[in-house]
Design a protein around this ligand. Structure first.
Ligand code: PAF
Length: 274
């Protein structure tokens, strides 16, 4: 695996690659990331993973400083999984000056759901992804469905800017009990880890009710929200939305159930396509 810490080294290594396939990450890699890498290896002639903890997408009260940096373990996992190129710039390399040019996605996509609870989050994500795309110039990039809204917003960004990049979606990887793999699961205490599965269990029940054509879906959502709260969670939202733009779904439209809730200090998100 070739490791590039600078844009110049990365470009030199990638010159001549026909179809670089790219997986952007913030490190602290788990099996979900490795599944995205495997997909990238199938899709391109050269796999590129980036590790960069992007300050721009963290609010001042969020976990930027304590976000786990697990460099040695990440490199070992990527090597074992056959990653060709790891791009790991530091902040001085990727943001040599304050990043005053930004990519602000439209409010109707980016200020709802995650964006409502994490203002500015998707501007930070789109800005760094645009910059990483400019560095890597991939033919294809793979994003996980675990971050469903992020995936949709990146797809739109690529369409709107006519970037010559195919966006592929990777399925969410789960532990045996159903908990979606996430870098933030590592923050959970053993007791919280045992409880954490309740979020995906609630989403599964809501998805079942929606598939069964339950007339009072709002009632089901309210009951599941109250049940999580009663177990000690602080739910931000549980909702059923249209897959294409995450607006309210009309009956029969392809939909997705999405949820976000805080368990102690840890905020978890998950979703299931219906
Ligand atoms: O999903 C993530 O890990 C991040 O939001 C991303 C896409 C790497 C941008 O920092």
């Amino acid at each position: 695996m070739f490791i590039a810490h600078t844009i110049a080294d990365l470009r030199q290594r990638l010159s001549g690659a026909r179809e670089p396939a790219f997986v952007p990450t913030m490190g602290n890699l788990h099996d979900g990331h490795i599944a995205l890498l495997r997909r990238a290896r199938d899709l391109g002639d050269l796999s590129v993973v980036s590790i960069f903890v992007n300050r721009l997408q963290f609010a001042p009260n969020e976990d930027f400083d304590r976000y786990p940096r697990t460099w040695e373990a990440d490199c070992a996992r990527l090597r074992a999984a056959g990653c060709d190129v790891l791009f790991a710039p530091d902040e001085r390399e990727l943001y040599p000056q304050p990043q005053t040019y930004t990519v602000r996605p439209p409010a109707e996509l980016a200020d709802i759901l995650e964006g409502e609870f994490r203002p500015g989050f998707f501007t930070g994500v789109c800005t760094v992804v645009m910059k990483l795309f400019a560095c890597v110039q991939p033919a294809v990039a793979v994003f996980g469905k675990k971050d469903y809204q992020q995936l949709m917003i990146i797809r739109r960004m690529v369409e709107q800017f006519a970037l010559p990049i195919r966006i592929e979606a990777g399925e969410t990887e789960r532990d045996a009990d159903g908990l979606a793999l996430s870098s933030r699961n590592g923050y959970l205490s053993p007791a919280q880890r045992a409880e954490a599965v309740q979020l995906s269990a609630a989403l599964r029940r809501i998805a079942q009710a929606a598939r069964a054509g339950q007339a009072d879906l709002a009632g089901v959502l309210a009951a599941e929200t109250a049940a999580l709260a009663a177990r000690g969670w602080a739910p931000d939202y549980l909702t059923v939305r249209r897959r294409s733009d995450l607006q309210a779904a009309a009956p029969g439209e392809p939909a997705v159930v999405l949820g976000a809730a805080r368990l102690g200090e840890t905020r978890l998100i998950d979703n299931l396509e219906i």
